[in-house]
Ligand binder design. Sequence first.
Ligand code: FAD
Length: 448
Amino acid sequence: MAPAQSTINSLHVAVIGAGAAGLVAARELRRENHSVVVFERISKVGGLWVYTPESEDDPLSLDPNRNIVHSSVYDSLRTNLPRECMGYSDFPFVPRREHDESRDSRRYPSHKEVLAYLEDFAREFKLEEMVRFNTEVVLVEPDGSKWRVKSKNSDGISSDEIFDAVVVCNGHYTEPRVAHVPGIDSWPGKQIHSHNYRLPDPFKDQVVVVIGNFASGSDISRDIMAVAKEVHIAARANPSKTYKQLPGSDNLWLHPMIKSANKDGSIVFENGKIVQADTIVHCTGYKYYFPFLNTNGYITVDDNCVGPLYKHVFPPALAPGLSFVGVPWMTLLFFMFELQSKWVAAVLSGRVTLPSEEKMMEDVTADYAVRDSHGFPKRYTHRLGAGHVQYLNWIAEQVGAPPGEEWRYQEIEGGYVRLATQSDTFRDKWDDDHLILEAYEDFLRQKL
Ligand code: FAD
């Protein structure tokens, strides 16, 4: 752990967002004696997990003036990770049917259960009292050694306040990335991004092409295949000759990427197959987006690389006053939000110190170089993947927290393998009961 300073500061801190990241950030900041205001644009806690049947009026979300709908959750969504490893470390995501019969006790529960868990968490730690609901942050900028935060509530009332620090937790699954398909401008069919997908009904009897085959692409194509005539998945990761039917279906086909979309409505895949398609569903991920942030160009988002950020959290020249919780992906997200939040809270109080700006920049540059040497594209800068255990345990060490439990890491690893190899059954069939047992033994020990 970095050497502690002798004085402990209690600061006035703004947190942007009351999703899974902002809630735990607020809890950790308050635990460290900071005074906290959480700004939340909508009327509830839970962020992404607040499902709404509404979607945006522009189905590809390209129009900058469209109505923004925050959530990207679809009606049938169940978690893509087992619940034991998904929760915060000291508030396990266990079934709670003893409190409410309607709760979902499945290992991979529905989105409603995740929202209920986050609401339980907020209630347990009395977090809502720190939240200003229906209040959108419209500007964050440095003001001397402090931070100016301008916000606007749903009654149109604006406020302009000064904070010692700002923690950005605005989520990054709202601003869609859309795949470039040659010829798409003259293709006559419909297009939609998964951000705006809710139910399969509009795709009844259609031929649908889904681009992308990670969690959302795989789920949505299986959702749609129940009503559609045919579903064809195009995925960049597939070798160019790929053409196969997926297990558990008779109308779901896997292809490599699309070669072209044509005026006559046809879609030609790189494997030479041609289909007459009605709709393309882009399950191609999201962009980091911080429309409220004015750092005079210091922080940029370039090809989905938010930089510079020391360990994906602190911008070296603006730290510790500005920090980001929740930027990396392909890891145990709630657990990571918790550790990053503890780190931010401890650095702000002076209990833990950061390296010099120069040293932090050296670290950022070295991290970029390593990723480059492995051939990772820039847009994968914040993808932790195989390095996630080292990353999480490193932050835990900074703040004197225990490293992640072995069962937690093994569950996510096995979970991802099952997701990739048995996409039709991974949520209901598994072979790691021994890890569930270890997890529950740990949860019980916490209670004693
Ligand atoms: P969010 O939950 O998006 O919260 C951000 C909050 O900030 C929102 O409430 C928003 O209203 C608010 N906000 C944004 N801008 C402003 C502003 N300017 N002013 C005020 N408030 C603002 N993760 C898992 O661990 N397991 C899963 O099974 C899983 N499934 C997923 C499925 C889908 C389809 C997607 C898209 C993601 C999934 N994730 C999953 C990842 C998920 O995003 C994280 O688990 C987590 O919920 C993100 O939390 P967050 O707080 O970072 O962001």
